[in-house]
Write a protein that binds this ligand. Structure first.
Ligand SMILES: [Zn+2]
Length: 106
């Protein structure tokens, strides 16, 4: 087990755990039941990964999460050009057909 993240509250810890698991990294939250139980000495929930070999990936994902990068695999989703209707692979930011920029979809 390796500690990869200390959360500010249980919700954040579970978000991180879900994110890691969606990427195939076995992770678990510890300490969330203890949150707030000690009054003046709050125990912060932590996220642990099972395999140390996943550490680099896990830390990268956590880093992206903290920077606000969408956790979902947005960049792998196809998108439709608003200019010409062409269907494009998610890695393209501009339409190869008409040069139109990708529109924000959210
Ligand atoms: Zn286009």
């Amino acid at each position: 087990m390796k500690l990869v993240f200390t959360a500010k509250h249980p919700t954040e810890a579970h978000l991180i755990r879900g994110l890691l698991q969606s990427e195939g990294i076995a992770a678990e939250v510890r300490g969330d039941q203890l949150y707030g139980a000690f009054g003046e000495l709050p125990v912060l929930p932590t996220v642990w990964i099972r395999e140390a070999t996943d550490e680099a990936d896990a830390l990268r994902l956590v880093g992206e999460f903290l920077r606000g990068t969408p956790a979902r695999r947005h960049h792998h989703e196809r998108w439709i050009c608003a200019g010409c209707g062409e269907s494009l692979e998610g890695q393209f930011t501009d339409c190869w057909n008409c040069g139109g920029a990708r529109q924000a979809t959210t």
